[in-house]
Design a protein around this ligand. Structure first.
Ligand code: ATP
Length: 389
Protein backbone atom coordinates (compact mmCIF):
# COMPACT_ATOMS: atom_id res chain seq x y z
CA UNK A 1 0.00 0.00 0.00
CA UNK A 2 1.07 3.58 -0.48
CA UNK A 3 0.30 7.23 -0.32
CA UNK A 4 0.03 9.21 -3.55
CA UNK A 5 1.26 12.79 -3.75
CA UNK A 6 0.72 15.22 -6.61
CA UNK A 7 3.01 18.20 -6.33
CA UNK A 8 2.13 21.06 -8.73
CA UNK A 9 1.21 18.55 -11.41
CA UNK A 10 0.20 19.95 -14.80
CA UNK A 11 -0.67 18.45 -18.15
CA UNK A 12 -0.73 20.22 -21.49
CA UNK A 13 -1.46 18.35 -24.70
CA UNK A 14 0.48 19.00 -27.92
CA UNK A 15 -2.45 21.02 -29.33
CA UNK A 16 -2.03 23.49 -26.47
CA UNK A 17 -4.95 22.28 -24.33
CA UNK A 18 -4.09 22.65 -20.66
CA UNK A 19 -6.07 19.77 -19.16
CA UNK A 20 -4.66 19.95 -15.62
CA UNK A 21 -2.95 22.89 -13.99
CA UNK A 22 -0.83 22.97 -10.83
CA UNK A 23 -2.72 20.28 -8.97
CA UNK A 24 -1.54 19.73 -5.39
CA UNK A 25 -3.06 16.71 -3.70
CA UNK A 26 -1.95 14.36 -0.93
CA UNK A 27 -3.76 11.05 -0.76
CA UNK A 28 -2.99 9.13 2.42
CA UNK A 29 -2.16 5.44 2.52
CA UNK A 30 -5.45 3.53 2.54
CA UNK A 31 -7.57 6.56 1.76
CA UNK A 32 -10.53 6.50 -0.65
CA UNK A 33 -10.51 9.73 -2.66
CA UNK A 34 -13.04 10.73 -5.29
CA UNK A 35 -12.24 13.07 -8.18
CA UNK A 36 -15.45 14.71 -9.36
CA UNK A 37 -16.40 17.53 -11.69
CA UNK A 38 -18.17 18.32 -14.94
CA UNK A 39 -17.12 16.86 -18.27
CA UNK A 40 -13.70 18.04 -19.40
CA UNK A 41 -12.55 19.27 -15.97
CA UNK A 42 -9.42 17.10 -16.11
CA UNK A 43 -10.31 14.27 -13.75
CA UNK A 44 -9.52 11.41 -16.17
CA UNK A 45 -6.28 13.07 -17.22
CA UNK A 46 -5.29 13.35 -13.55
CA UNK A 47 -6.04 9.66 -13.00
CA UNK A 48 -4.20 8.68 -16.18
CA UNK A 49 -1.11 10.58 -15.02
CA UNK A 50 -1.18 8.67 -11.73
CA UNK A 51 -1.52 5.43 -13.71
CA UNK A 52 1.30 6.39 -16.04
CA UNK A 53 -0.96 6.31 -19.11
CA UNK A 54 -0.30 10.03 -19.71
CA UNK A 55 3.03 11.84 -19.32
CA UNK A 56 3.24 14.59 -16.74
CA UNK A 57 4.12 17.96 -18.32
CA UNK A 58 5.40 19.52 -15.11
CA UNK A 59 5.37 18.88 -11.39
CA UNK A 60 6.10 15.70 -9.47
CA UNK A 61 4.14 12.55 -8.76
CA UNK A 62 5.18 10.37 -5.82
CA UNK A 63 3.77 6.98 -4.93
CA UNK A 64 4.91 5.53 -1.62
CA UNK A 65 7.46 8.33 -1.29
CA UNK A 66 9.09 7.54 -4.64
CA UNK A 67 9.12 9.86 -7.63
CA UNK A 68 7.38 7.93 -10.42
CA UNK A 69 7.06 10.57 -13.19
CA UNK A 70 9.14 8.48 -15.56
CA UNK A 71 8.14 5.01 -14.39
CA UNK A 72 6.24 2.79 -16.83
CA UNK A 73 2.66 1.92 -15.81
CA UNK A 74 3.52 -1.72 -15.14
CA UNK A 75 6.25 -0.70 -12.71
CA UNK A 76 3.95 1.46 -10.58
CA UNK A 77 2.15 -1.51 -9.01
CA UNK A 78 -1.32 -0.05 -9.31
CA UNK A 79 -4.48 -1.55 -10.82
CA UNK A 80 -7.02 0.26 -12.97
CA UNK A 81 -10.73 -0.42 -13.30
CA UNK A 82 -12.49 1.23 -16.23
CA UNK A 83 -16.08 1.85 -17.18
CA UNK A 84 -15.80 -0.74 -19.95
CA UNK A 85 -15.07 -3.97 -18.14
CA UNK A 86 -12.52 -5.09 -20.75
CA UNK A 87 -13.03 -8.76 -19.92
CA UNK A 88 -11.82 -11.46 -22.30
CA UNK A 89 -15.03 -12.93 -23.79
CA UNK A 90 -13.60 -16.38 -24.47
CA UNK A 91 -12.24 -16.82 -20.93
CA UNK A 92 -14.22 -17.89 -17.89
CA UNK A 93 -14.55 -15.64 -14.85
CA UNK A 94 -11.80 -17.65 -13.17
CA UNK A 95 -9.47 -17.28 -16.17
CA UNK A 96 -10.21 -13.57 -16.46
CA UNK A 97 -9.39 -13.01 -12.81
CA UNK A 98 -6.30 -15.22 -12.99
CA UNK A 99 -4.93 -13.41 -16.05
CA UNK A 100 -2.77 -10.77 -14.33
CA UNK A 101 -1.38 -13.44 -12.00
CA UNK A 102 -0.50 -15.72 -14.92
CA UNK A 103 1.31 -12.79 -16.51
CA UNK A 104 3.20 -12.37 -13.26
CA UNK A 105 4.14 -16.08 -13.57
CA UNK A 106 2.77 -17.19 -10.21
CA UNK A 107 2.33 -20.93 -9.71
CA UNK A 108 -1.08 -22.48 -10.29
CA UNK A 109 -1.83 -23.26 -6.64
CA UNK A 110 -1.14 -19.66 -5.60
CA UNK A 111 -3.20 -18.32 -8.49
CA UNK A 112 -6.16 -20.54 -7.58
CA UNK A 113 -5.97 -19.49 -3.96
CA UNK A 114 -5.86 -15.76 -4.78
CA UNK A 115 -8.71 -16.01 -7.27
CA UNK A 116 -10.83 -17.97 -4.79
CA UNK A 117 -10.21 -15.36 -2.11
CA UNK A 118 -11.12 -12.47 -4.40
CA UNK A 119 -14.19 -14.32 -5.68
CA UNK A 120 -15.35 -14.79 -2.11
CA UNK A 121 -14.96 -11.11 -1.25
CA UNK A 122 -16.90 -10.14 -4.38
CA UNK A 123 -19.48 -12.95 -4.09
CA UNK A 124 -18.46 -14.43 -7.42
CA UNK A 125 -17.67 -17.96 -6.25
CA UNK A 126 -20.68 -19.57 -7.90
CA UNK A 127 -19.95 -17.80 -11.20
CA UNK A 128 -16.29 -18.75 -11.63
CA UNK A 129 -16.91 -21.13 -14.55
CA UNK A 130 -19.15 -18.79 -16.53
CA UNK A 131 -18.15 -16.70 -19.52
CA UNK A 132 -18.69 -12.90 -19.41
CA UNK A 133 -21.53 -13.11 -21.97
CA UNK A 134 -23.58 -15.01 -19.40
CA UNK A 135 -23.19 -12.42 -16.64
CA UNK A 136 -25.18 -9.31 -15.79
CA UNK A 137 -23.56 -5.88 -16.05
CA UNK A 138 -23.04 -5.69 -12.29
CA UNK A 139 -21.47 -9.16 -12.21
CA UNK A 140 -19.12 -8.24 -15.06
CA UNK A 141 -18.02 -5.15 -13.22
CA UNK A 142 -17.39 -7.28 -10.12
CA UNK A 143 -15.18 -9.58 -12.22
CA UNK A 144 -13.28 -6.52 -13.49
CA UNK A 145 -12.76 -5.47 -9.88
CA UNK A 146 -11.75 -9.03 -8.98
CA UNK A 147 -9.09 -8.92 -11.66
CA UNK A 148 -7.77 -5.70 -10.11
CA UNK A 149 -7.71 -6.93 -6.52
CA UNK A 150 -6.06 -10.36 -7.06
CA UNK A 151 -2.75 -8.62 -7.66
CA UNK A 152 -2.92 -6.84 -4.30
CA UNK A 153 -1.58 -3.65 -5.85
CA UNK A 154 -0.43 -0.57 -3.94
CA UNK A 155 -3.44 1.38 -5.18
CA UNK A 156 -6.61 1.13 -7.21
CA UNK A 157 -7.50 3.71 -9.82
CA UNK A 158 -11.10 3.61 -10.99
CA UNK A 159 -12.47 5.67 -13.89
CA UNK A 160 -16.28 5.85 -13.80
CA UNK A 161 -16.51 2.09 -13.14
CA UNK A 162 -20.26 2.16 -12.57
CA UNK A 163 -21.43 4.46 -15.32
CA UNK A 164 -22.46 1.64 -17.69
CA UNK A 165 -24.86 0.19 -15.13
CA UNK A 166 -28.52 1.10 -14.78
CA UNK A 167 -29.51 3.38 -11.90
CA UNK A 168 -30.59 0.64 -9.48
CA UNK A 169 -27.54 -1.53 -10.06
CA UNK A 170 -25.31 1.49 -9.67
CA UNK A 171 -26.68 2.05 -6.18
CA UNK A 172 -26.07 -1.61 -5.30
CA UNK A 173 -22.56 -1.60 -6.74
CA UNK A 174 -21.77 1.55 -4.80
CA UNK A 175 -22.10 -0.41 -1.58
CA UNK A 176 -20.00 -3.26 -3.05
CA UNK A 177 -17.18 -0.85 -3.92
CA UNK A 178 -17.45 0.86 -0.57
CA UNK A 179 -17.32 -2.40 1.40
CA UNK A 180 -14.51 -3.76 -0.75
CA UNK A 181 -12.38 -0.69 -0.22
CA UNK A 182 -12.93 -0.75 3.55
CA UNK A 183 -12.14 -4.46 3.75
CA UNK A 184 -8.95 -4.25 1.68
CA UNK A 185 -7.87 -0.83 2.97
CA UNK A 186 -6.09 -0.13 -0.32
CA UNK A 187 -5.48 3.47 -1.41
CA UNK A 188 -8.14 4.20 -4.03
CA UNK A 189 -8.65 7.09 -6.43
CA UNK A 190 -12.06 7.05 -8.07
CA UNK A 191 -13.23 9.31 -10.90
CA UNK A 192 -16.88 10.15 -11.43
CA UNK A 193 -19.02 13.00 -12.74
CA UNK A 194 -21.87 11.88 -10.47
CA UNK A 195 -22.05 13.99 -7.33
CA UNK A 196 -24.16 11.39 -5.51
CA UNK A 197 -21.44 8.78 -6.01
CA UNK A 198 -18.87 11.30 -4.84
CA UNK A 199 -20.84 12.13 -1.71
CA UNK A 200 -21.57 8.53 -0.71
CA UNK A 201 -18.33 6.72 -1.55
CA UNK A 202 -15.24 8.55 -0.51
CA UNK A 203 -13.38 9.60 2.61
CA UNK A 204 -12.57 12.82 0.80
CA UNK A 205 -13.86 14.43 -2.36
CA UNK A 206 -11.80 16.54 -4.76
CA UNK A 207 -13.94 18.89 -6.83
CA UNK A 208 -12.32 19.91 -10.10
CA UNK A 209 -13.20 22.48 -12.71
CA UNK A 210 -11.21 23.65 -15.72
CA UNK A 211 -8.15 21.59 -14.79
CA UNK A 212 -7.89 23.01 -11.26
CA UNK A 213 -9.01 21.88 -7.83
CA UNK A 214 -11.90 23.92 -6.44
CA UNK A 215 -12.12 22.31 -3.02
CA UNK A 216 -10.99 19.16 -1.21
CA UNK A 217 -12.66 17.76 1.88
CA UNK A 218 -14.90 15.15 3.45
CA UNK A 219 -18.31 15.06 1.71
CA UNK A 220 -20.21 16.62 4.61
CA UNK A 221 -17.77 19.51 4.81
CA UNK A 222 -18.22 20.28 1.11
CA UNK A 223 -21.97 20.18 1.55
CA UNK A 224 -22.00 22.37 4.67
CA UNK A 225 -19.21 24.77 3.74
CA UNK A 226 -18.83 25.05 -0.03
CA UNK A 227 -15.99 27.46 -0.68
CA UNK A 228 -17.57 29.03 -3.75
CA UNK A 229 -20.60 29.22 -5.97
CA UNK A 230 -19.37 26.41 -8.19
CA UNK A 231 -18.96 23.88 -5.37
CA UNK A 232 -22.26 25.01 -3.83
CA UNK A 233 -24.08 24.42 -7.10
CA UNK A 234 -22.34 21.15 -7.85
CA UNK A 235 -22.87 19.38 -4.53
CA UNK A 236 -26.45 18.60 -3.50
CA UNK A 237 -29.46 17.31 -5.40
CA UNK A 238 -31.63 19.11 -6.35
CA UNK A 239 -29.11 21.95 -6.50
CA UNK A 240 -28.94 24.89 -4.17
CA UNK A 241 -31.26 27.78 -5.09
CA UNK A 242 -29.45 30.99 -6.02
CA UNK A 243 -31.22 34.31 -5.61
CA UNK A 244 -30.17 37.83 -6.27
CA UNK A 245 -29.64 39.91 -3.09
CA UNK A 246 -29.04 43.66 -3.09
CA UNK A 247 -27.17 45.24 -0.18
CA UNK A 248 -29.20 48.30 0.90
CA UNK A 249 -29.11 50.18 4.21
CA UNK A 250 -27.47 47.26 6.00
CA UNK A 251 -30.09 44.85 4.74
CA UNK A 252 -30.19 42.24 2.05
CA UNK A 253 -33.17 42.76 -0.21
CA UNK A 254 -34.24 39.52 -1.86
CA UNK A 255 -37.27 38.06 -3.59
CA UNK A 256 -38.06 36.27 -0.31
CA UNK A 257 -38.02 39.50 1.73
CA UNK A 258 -35.29 41.32 3.65
CA UNK A 259 -32.74 38.87 4.97
CA UNK A 260 -30.98 39.94 8.19
CA UNK A 261 -27.18 40.05 8.05
CA UNK A 262 -24.98 38.88 10.91
CA UNK A 263 -22.17 41.05 12.27
CA UNK A 264 -19.40 39.20 10.50
CA UNK A 265 -20.98 39.52 7.06
CA UNK A 266 -21.87 43.13 7.83
CA UNK A 267 -18.19 43.87 8.38
CA UNK A 268 -17.33 42.19 5.06
CA UNK A 269 -19.81 44.52 3.36
CA UNK A 270 -18.48 47.73 4.92
CA UNK A 271 -15.44 48.56 2.76
CA UNK A 272 -15.67 50.98 -0.17
CA UNK A 273 -15.07 48.20 -2.71
CA UNK A 274 -17.29 45.67 -0.93
CA UNK A 275 -19.92 44.07 -3.18
CA UNK A 276 -23.25 45.89 -3.43
CA UNK A 277 -24.91 42.75 -4.69
CA UNK A 278 -24.67 39.22 -3.40
CA UNK A 279 -26.06 35.85 -4.35
CA UNK A 280 -28.16 34.22 -1.67
CA UNK A 281 -27.93 30.42 -1.69
CA UNK A 282 -30.49 28.20 0.02
CA UNK A 283 -30.65 24.43 -0.30
CA UNK A 284 -34.09 22.91 -1.05
CA UNK A 285 -33.99 20.93 2.21
CA UNK A 286 -33.66 24.08 4.32
CA UNK A 287 -37.20 25.19 3.54
CA UNK A 288 -40.31 23.95 5.34
CA UNK A 289 -44.04 24.52 5.22
CA UNK A 290 -44.47 27.35 7.79
CA UNK A 291 -47.51 25.55 9.24
CA UNK A 292 -45.27 22.69 10.41
CA UNK A 293 -42.66 24.85 12.13
CA UNK A 294 -42.52 25.10 15.93
CA UNK A 295 -41.74 28.36 17.74
CA UNK A 296 -38.15 27.47 18.40
CA UNK A 297 -37.44 26.82 14.72
CA UNK A 298 -39.47 29.86 13.71
CA UNK A 299 -37.01 32.07 15.61
CA UNK A 300 -34.11 30.61 13.61
CA UNK A 301 -35.60 31.39 10.21
CA UNK A 302 -37.82 33.68 8.21
CA UNK A 303 -40.97 33.27 6.18
CA UNK A 304 -42.42 34.34 2.84
CA UNK A 305 -45.55 33.62 0.85
CA UNK A 306 -45.44 32.38 -2.72
CA UNK A 307 -47.61 30.43 -5.16
CA UNK A 308 -46.85 26.71 -5.35
CA UNK A 309 -46.54 25.84 -9.04
CA UNK A 310 -45.79 22.16 -8.90
CA UNK A 311 -45.98 19.64 -6.06
CA UNK A 312 -44.09 16.36 -6.48
CA UNK A 313 -44.82 13.82 -3.79
CA UNK A 314 -41.82 11.58 -3.13
CA UNK A 315 -43.41 9.58 -0.31
CA UNK A 316 -40.85 10.55 2.32
CA UNK A 317 -41.10 14.25 1.41
CA UNK A 318 -42.41 16.67 -1.20
CA UNK A 319 -40.58 18.71 -3.79
CA UNK A 320 -42.53 21.94 -4.19
CA UNK A 321 -41.64 24.52 -6.85
CA UNK A 322 -42.60 28.10 -6.01
CA UNK A 323 -42.65 31.19 -8.19
CA UNK A 324 -40.85 34.10 -6.60
CA UNK A 325 -41.03 37.64 -7.98
CA UNK A 326 -38.97 40.79 -7.61
CA UNK A 327 -35.76 40.00 -9.45
CA UNK A 328 -33.45 42.93 -10.02
CA UNK A 329 -31.51 44.19 -12.99
CA UNK A 330 -28.50 41.91 -12.94
CA UNK A 331 -30.53 38.71 -13.22
CA UNK A 332 -28.96 37.75 -16.55
CA UNK A 333 -25.49 38.08 -15.12
CA UNK A 334 -26.35 36.00 -12.09
CA UNK A 335 -28.01 33.44 -14.27
CA UNK A 336 -24.80 33.10 -16.24
CA UNK A 337 -22.78 32.70 -13.06
CA UNK A 338 -25.08 30.08 -11.64
CA UNK A 339 -25.23 28.18 -14.93
CA UNK A 340 -21.48 28.31 -15.01
CA UNK A 341 -21.54 26.72 -11.58
CA UNK A 342 -23.58 23.87 -13.00
CA UNK A 343 -26.60 24.94 -11.00
CA UNK A 344 -30.10 26.02 -11.88
CA UNK A 345 -30.75 29.67 -11.35
CA UNK A 346 -33.85 30.17 -9.26
CA UNK A 347 -34.10 33.91 -9.09
CA UNK A 348 -37.17 36.10 -9.54
CA UNK A 349 -39.61 34.83 -12.08
CA UNK A 350 -37.96 31.43 -11.94
CA UNK A 351 -38.78 28.51 -9.78
CA UNK A 352 -37.61 28.07 -6.26
CA UNK A 353 -37.09 24.39 -5.48
CA UNK A 354 -38.02 23.36 -1.96
CA UNK A 355 -38.14 20.04 -0.16
CA UNK A 356 -40.96 20.06 2.38
CA UNK A 357 -42.21 17.37 4.79
CA UNK A 358 -44.64 14.82 3.39
CA UNK A 359 -47.20 16.09 5.95
CA UNK A 360 -47.38 19.49 4.30
CA UNK A 361 -50.94 19.98 2.98
CA UNK A 362 -49.66 22.25 0.17
CA UNK A 363 -51.80 22.20 -2.97
CA UNK A 364 -50.71 23.09 -6.48
CA UNK A 365 -51.79 26.62 -7.42
CA UNK A 366 -52.32 27.94 -3.88
CA UNK A 367 -50.35 30.68 -2.13
CA UNK A 368 -48.38 29.03 0.64
CA UNK A 369 -46.48 30.35 3.62
CA UNK A 370 -42.95 28.93 3.57
CA UNK A 371 -40.19 29.06 6.19
CA UNK A 372 -36.45 28.78 5.63
CA UNK A 373 -33.58 28.32 8.03
CA UNK A 374 -31.43 31.45 8.26
CA UNK A 375 -28.65 29.49 9.95
CA UNK A 376 -28.16 27.47 6.76
CA UNK A 377 -28.07 30.20 4.14
CA UNK A 378 -25.00 31.02 2.05
CA UNK A 379 -23.98 34.40 0.64
CA UNK A 380 -21.69 34.60 -2.37
CA UNK A 381 -19.76 37.49 -3.87
CA UNK A 382 -20.82 37.39 -7.54
CA UNK A 383 -17.57 38.99 -8.74
CA UNK A 384 -15.51 35.93 -7.80
CA UNK A 385 -18.02 33.37 -6.52
CA UNK A 386 -16.49 33.32 -3.03
CA UNK A 387 -18.70 32.15 -0.16
CA UNK A 388 -18.78 34.87 2.50
CA UNK A 389 -20.70 32.82 5.09
P1 ATP B 1 -15.08 13.47 -18.87
O1 ATP B 1 -15.92 13.38 -17.64
O2 ATP B 1 -15.85 14.01 -20.05
O3 ATP B 1 -14.32 12.23 -19.18
P2 ATP B 1 -12.73 14.67 -17.67
O4 ATP B 1 -12.98 15.56 -16.53
O5 ATP B 1 -12.26 13.30 -17.36
O6 ATP B 1 -14.00 14.63 -18.62
P3 ATP B 1 -10.39 14.89 -19.28
O7 ATP B 1 -10.69 13.71 -20.12
O8 ATP B 1 -9.33 14.75 -18.25
O9 ATP B 1 -11.70 15.43 -18.60
O10 ATP B 1 -10.01 16.10 -20.25
C1 ATP B 1 -9.60 17.37 -19.75
C2 ATP B 1 -9.40 18.31 -20.91
O11 ATP B 1 -8.31 17.88 -21.73
C3 ATP B 1 -10.59 18.42 -21.85
O12 ATP B 1 -10.70 19.76 -22.26
C4 ATP B 1 -10.21 17.53 -22.99
O13 ATP B 1 -10.84 17.95 -24.19
C5 ATP B 1 -8.73 17.69 -23.06
N1 ATP B 1 -8.02 16.53 -23.61
C6 ATP B 1 -8.08 15.25 -23.17
N2 ATP B 1 -7.30 14.44 -23.90
C7 ATP B 1 -6.72 15.23 -24.86
C8 ATP B 1 -5.78 15.00 -25.91
N3 ATP B 1 -5.26 13.79 -26.14
N4 ATP B 1 -5.44 16.05 -26.68
C9 ATP B 1 -5.93 17.29 -26.45
N5 ATP B 1 -6.80 17.58 -25.46
C10 ATP B 1 -7.20 16.57 -24.67
Amino acid sequence: MADIVLDKVSKSFPDGTVAVQDVDLEIADGEFVILVGPSGCGKSTTLNMIAGLEDISSGELRIGGQRVNDKAPRDRDIAMVFQSYALYPNMTVRENMAFPLRLAKLDKATIDQKVDEAAKVLELTSLLDRKPANLSGGQRQRVAMGRAIVRQPKAFLMDEPLSNLDAKLRVQMRTVVSRLQKKLGTTTVYVTHDQTEAMTLGDRVVIMRGGAIQQVGPPQELYDHPRNLFVAGFIGSPSMNFLHAAVEDGKLRTALGDVPIGDRIRRELEGADAPRELILGIRPEHFEDAELIDDEARARGMEFTAPADIVESMGSDKYVYFTVEGQRASAAELEELAADAGADFSGGGGNLVTRLSAESPVQEGEDRRVWFNLEKIHLFDPSNGRNLT
